[in-house]
Design a protein around this ligand. Structure first.
Ligand SMILES: Nc1nc2c(ncn2[C@@H]2O[C@H](COP(=O)(O)OP(=O)(O)OP(=O)(O)O)[C@@H](O)[C@H]2O)c(=O)[nH]1
Ligand SMILES: [Mg+2]
Length: 482
């Protein structure tokens, strides 16, 4: 197996590993491989789409995956994938959901562009009546595509914009085009890996990837007939380890949450479709400079908390969350559900919607149905009662009247800081109701124990002198329990 050329099936490696799933161009050799990245992998300029592997051996399933840093693997991908062709598929389901083809195309291109040094060479829409055909495309389309792909030497891989392709489809297309085939799952996994910086995000990404590898490799077990059981065991052990590490982190989060509850800060979770402007809006509401809105999908992968002040002086915590996206396999979503627990348990859910998006309704439906599922899964059936809809990027809308029917509670621009005061006041009313807080005015002795207690235990909006100079009238926000 030494000194052979192989096409790297990039997604088939687990995070933190120097092992991956490779197949040779003619598919004669397939299997898990281990490799030494430093200096061992070289990309030949004359055959960019292939990697020359100097030292490689097939490692059967007893090998220990996950030993090494995933950074090295990403760099291999960066070498490997300079240019991509994107094939956009349409199917009945997506059509019904009113997701216009142009928007689907833009979203798919945005996904690829999120990866540094990846480029979309060409795009094409091929109408499909079903995703069930093994080869995906009818023979006419297949011929047309093969011609386009083979005539453009810049193309190094093909992205089919569907959630997850079947193994057989991937093999057929790979054989036909002679290039790596990617689906949404593979692209999204790369993005998630790139953006995962915290321990919990890394663990979640590793778990999502493990599910994917397991699903694919279980179907390919013929390569491991002598060692099926140890492969299964390896996956189970790894899954167990990842899950217990995640559970530990979840316990820590629960602890932090209960501390927060004791301090009685109201919590506003900010959710929405990816790139809707959640981080940007939180930055505008809190003035927190460290927040970095980015024109990238899945820019935020960690739940983070940011403190802000409402007009009365009441302090709230905004929770920035992972963005939603349609058409990805459910197990990928499941891995991130844990991060949305904070949203489920918040006092108010602020749903940020991108007013400039042509498929506004489609994205709204997707976010709302995901939230409903999340509520059902976690036992919070009435989660929708605490959702408010805030249309963001109003600066990009030319004719504001077109937005009348969108059932929005508020319209703002996080970037241009439009409508923020109104939003803060609106949030204050909602937060007070949701947390059973009350605004009351009390007459207390100026400088006495009562006013000191109020400053310590409640939010004093203002304290104005009474007609009797010994007293002040204090307007306070107070919780029922106090
Ligand atoms: N014109 C305009 N652009 C905005 C506005 N709000 C956000 N953006 C831009 O939209 C892009 C995405 O913003 P983010 O705040 O990172 O979006 P997000 O919803 O947090 O995205 P994810 O974390 O990836 O889910 C950035 O390029 C922002 O500058 C707005 O009100 N107007
Ligand atoms: Mg964000």
């Amino acid at each position: 197996m030494c000194n052979s050329k192989y096409i790297l099936q990039s997604i088939f490696y687990p995070i933190n590993s120097r092992a991956c799933y490779l197949s040779s161009a003619n598919h004669k050799h397939k299997g898990f491989m281990s490799f030494d990245v430093e200096g061992e992998f070289t990309s030949k300029p004359s055959a960019r789409r292939r990697l020359h592997v100097r030292q490689m051996k097939i490692v059967y399933p007893t090998m220990t995956l996950m030993k090494f840093s995933h950074r090295t693997v990403i760099s291999i991908l960066a070498n490997h994938t300079a240019v991509y062709l994107f094939i956009h598929t349409l199917n009945g389901v997506l059509k019904n959901l009113r997701y216009p083809p142009q928007e689907q195309l833009e979203e798919a291109v945005a996904l690829v562009k999120t990866l540094p040094s990846w480029r979309v060479e060409e795009t094409i829409s091929i109408p499909l009546d079903s995703l069930e055909r093994k080869s995906l495309f009818k023979s006419g389309s297949m011929e047309r595509l093969t011609k386009i792909i083979r005539s453009n030497r810049n193309i190094t891989a093909v992205f089919v914009n569907t959630s997850s392709l079947k193994n057989i489809t991937t093999s057929i297309l790979q054989e036909q085009f002679g290039l790596s085939i990617l689906d949404r799952y593979k692209i999204i996994m790369q993005i998630l890996k790139m953006h995962a910086t915290s321990k919990s995000a890394k663990l979640q990404v590793a778990l999502a990837e493990l599910y994917y590898i397991r699903r694919k490799s279980e179907k390919n077990l013929m390569f491991f007939t002598h060692n099926k059981e140890s492969l299964k065991l390896m996956f189970q052990n790894r899954e167990q380890k990842l899950k217990s590490a995640l559970a530990e982190l979840r316990n820590q989060r629960t602890l932090l949450r209960s501390k927060r509850q004791k301090m009685e800060y109201p919590v506003v979770a900010v959710v929405g479709y990816t790139n809707a402007g959640k981080t940007c809006l939180i930055k505008a509401l809190t003035g927190e400079e460290s927040l970095q809105p980015r024109n990238q999908l899945f820019a935020t992968l960690d739940v983070t908390l940011h403190s802000g002040i409402l007009p009365s002086g009441l302090e709230v915590l905004y929770v920035d969350t992972v963005g939603f996206i349609s058409d990805i396999p459910t197990n990928l979503i499941e891995c991130f559900v844990a991060t949305l627990e904070d949203a489920v348990l918040s006092d108010v859910i602020l749903h940020v919607e991108d007013l400039s998006s042509a498929c506004f309704e489609y994205k709204r439906n997707h976010v709302l149905s995901t939230l409903k599922d999340l509520g059902a899964q976690t036992g919070y059936e009435n989660i929708m009662e605490k959702v408010i809809h805030v249309g963001n990027k109003c600066d990009l809308v030319k004719d504001i009247h077109t937005l009348k029917d969108k059932s929005l509670d508020m319209m703002v621009s996080g970037k241009k800081e439009i409508g923020l005061e109104k939003l803060r006041s609106y949030l204050e009313d909602i937060v007070l109701k949701a947390t059973s807080r009350q605004k009351i005015t009390i007459r207390v002795i100026n400088g006495g124990d009562e006013i000191r207690w109020l400053y310590k235990n409640a939010t004093v909006v203002h304290a104005i002198p009474d007609t009797d100079p010994q007293y002040v009238k204090a307007k306070v926000i107070i919780t029922q329990s106090k």
